[in-house]
Design a protein around this ligand. Sequence first.
Ligand code: C2R
Length: 225
Amino acid sequence: MWTREELVWQLGKESAFDRFLAFADHFLYNEYDVHGRLLAKRYVEETPINRNQGRNVTRKDRIMKTAIIMGSTSDLSKVEPAVEILKKYGVEVQVRCLSAHRAHLGLSEFVEECNQNGTEVIITAAGMAAALPGVVASQTVLPVIGIPLSGSVLDGMDALMSIVQMPSGIPVATVAINGSKNAAYLALQIMAIKHEEIQKQLLAERKAMEEAAMKANEEVVAKFQ
Ligand code: C2R
């Protein structure tokens, strides 16, 4: 069985075919461990599969991954619409309940995981004194979207002010109170810059929306003429 260093050396071989042979050799004839599996995953994700605009395209480029972090399980019902929309678009969603106030170490660990695993956008949702979105934004340069949630005696105004009033340099793109659907659409629009299939679906949905709006207008006109 190769050591980590030997495996990395094998991966560095000149041609893709050499690397394939090295891998086949290693995994067909040796028992592989967790580390080997992680390296294999990286190899598969990072090997070019075709070229686009003069650039190598890898499987990693095709991964469509987001994360949604909420402050409490009591937020779940307000966050679920965002999960549904992202899934409808074929986007992977990692859903977590990690409060910055109550579980800051676990939160930081997860944000670091997002920094490493190809996550493209992080959606955060919190009510009351909503530190969570800002704390997440402070630990990543991925785009962070914030959803202020209602439910307190201040009905979400507290969370809105906490999330929208970030100091310069650490932005959180804040949507309306309980605006989880728009948080999902904003995430999709950010991802559409890279993923053509998302762009196509968004344009089709906009067209259907426009047609429905025009039909509603026609009905109103017909009713009052
Ligand atoms: P509980 O129902 O658990 O008491 O939470 C949550 O998002 C929730 O809306 C009440 C509210 O507190 C919010 N919360 C935050 C944070 N952690 C929990 N704003 C945080 O770290 O910012």
